[in-house]
Ligand binder design. Structure first.
Ligand SMILES: Cc1cc2nc3c(=O)[nH]c(=O)nc-3n(C[C@H](O)[C@H](O)[C@H](O)COP(=O)(O)OP(=O)(O)OC[C@H]3O[C@@H](n4cnc5c(N)ncnc54)[C@H](O)[C@@H]3O)c2cc1C
Length: 98
């Protein structure tokens, strides 16, 4: 199985993760927070129509439902010459295949 590394767990990253899992790829998603923040709904927080927690979807829940890996960590550097992604707490390597 080919594996895909996705950096960022917002709408784009999570949508890509779910789509690629459905297409049979293994997926590892890296994000610096353990939830997706649903920005459109967040406008209701200041007027107290929504609580912060209601505007968050836990990545763990999405991971269980869609069967992808999640690493909660901060991306610090993407080194495309050495195919390395430096996170605050570990370094990931990747290869590019067609
Ligand atoms: C108040 C508000 C209302 C909006 N309403 C709408 C709407 O009604 N309709 C609409 O289409 N769009 C709306 N948008 C825009 C929409 O939210 C964005 O277009 C969308 O969130 C972009 O998704 P994204 O995944 O590209 O980026 P983001 O949602 O910004 O996701 C990026 C992710 O990467 C993570 N990340 C960032 N840096 C790092 C790092 N160094 N290491 C690891 N992880 C990192 C972040 O934590 C985040 O989870 C709204 C935006 C705002 C602010």
């Amino acid at each position: 199985m080919k594996n895909v590394l996705i950096l960022g767990g917002g709408f784009a990253g999570v949508e890509a993760a779910i789509y690629l899992r459905k297409k049979g790829f293994g997926v590892t998603l890296v994000s610096n927070r353990d939830y997706v923040f649903v920005y459109p709904v967040s406008i209701w927080i200041p007027v107290r129509k929504r609580e912060f927690a209601e505007v968050c979807i836990q990545l763990d829940d999405l991971k269980r439902k869609h069967d992808f890996e999640v690493i909660v960590d901060e991306v610090q550097e993407i080194n495309t010459k050495e195919n390395k992604v430096s996170l605050k707490n570990q370094t990931l390597t990747y290869s590019i295949t067609s």
